[in-house]
Design a binder for this molecule. Sequence first.
Ligand SMILES: Nc1nc2c(ncn2[C@@H]2O[C@H](COP(=O)(O)OP(=O)(O)OP(=O)(O)O)[C@@H](O)[C@H]2O)c(=O)[nH]1
Ligand SMILES: [Mg+2]
Length: 433
Amino acid sequence: MTEPDRAIIAKRVRDGQPDTAEIRQLAAAAGYEVVGECTQRREPDPALQLGAGKVEELTEQVEATGARTVIFDNRLGPYQVYNLGNELPEGVTVKDRFRLILDIFGQRAQTRKAQLQVELAELRYELPRAEAKTSLAKREERPGFMGLGEYDESREQDIKSRISRIRDELERIEETEQDRREKRRESGFDLVALAGYTNAGKSTLMQALAEDLEVGENESIHPDLDPTAEREDRLFTTLGTTTRRLDLERRDALLTDTVGFISDLPHWLVESFKSTLESVYRADLVLLVVDVSEPIAEIREKLMTSHDTLYERNEAPIVTVLNKIDRIDDAELEEKRAALRALAPNPVAVSAKAETNLEELRARIHEELPDRKRERLVLPMTEDTMSVVSWVHDNAFVEDVEYRDSEVIVDFLARPAVVEQTRAKASDLAADA
Ligand SMILES: Nc1nc2c(ncn2[C@@H]2O[C@H](COP(=O)(O)OP(=O)(O)OP(=O)(O)O)[C@@H](O)[C@H]2O)c(=O)[nH]1
Ligand SMILES: [Mg+2]
């Protein structure tokens, strides 16, 4: 292992106290060692984001610590990046929050789909910058302005055509995944998806609720699901999508874990990961996980943003899961429940890590999933009967099977579509008998 790169955090706020906890976590997630921070309260400086004096202070910190990277929690325009690069010591890289998030995604993208999404996000990050460079260089009649080498209008065109190629390929992948989801649904599985902010505990909950076996997903590398891995709080542990069989007593359901949300994500970044969230939008039920040990204001904010994201596309019921109850006492939990009532009227409080209250959550999942019909079929005994019975076992919850001399009686619970299919099979048998 190489030494982690040293970085200094910079942040400007209009008013209030600059909070750097999240950007520090993001920096750590990207593999940086944070060796200092430089914050300021003021209006944004158009050229440098921070005030000129503050940038001097930043330069001193960089020199004193030997940091090679400065990470701004603010969004930086292309000119600001360029100007800051001139002010700071030679060779120091300046990046903003979004560039950092892209780095993390880039490091962790292990599947074709994830890689395409990252590339799409990067191109979309780059596009306005390329446009800005082109127009500036033109206006100044200075090709190569901002030390960026040759400017080239075709660069812009290039980015645009790559964006559209990647979109097409992602669309094809999404169609395949959609087919797979529909097949699973047809074969009697209810689809449950986990959603929520990064670090809420979705993957931990997945481990606690689901059977170990993963179902035929092509995304097979999940360092975050390795139970032996020691982890501290880490943002964006999960980037891919994992689906496992949910351990429910009387129903076949699949549980899908996927990428978490983060505050203040720009539209283009969310868009790029749209198809990852598709498994959430197309689910029969969404479990919206929040870390209940966070302050009420933060939970509220996260719930509101999650609802906005989900309600836009999703029609499935949402169950709010207040996770990490092991970190707070009962009084605090009650206080938070009451404060969040308007946003989460009937939440289930659990600890995924301590595996507390999971039975209640399983019962709720069962309750909220679409109704199933109870059916009793009388099948004539033919040489194909047993294969129909085993099909029913695979696609429905069988309550009872009774074998008689010339017939088999099956009592089961299934989705209405499965009941229809079973009836058709039964009448085929009857026709052959
Ligand atoms: N104390 C406590 N910690 C928990 C609980 N559930 C999860 N954690 C911890 O919270 C951290 C984040 O958990 P993850 O399951 O990786 O969170 P996630 O929602 O999947 O995060 P992303 O994959 O980044 O979206 C880990 O360090 C977990 O061990 C819980 O019930 N109690
Ligand atoms: Mg996860």
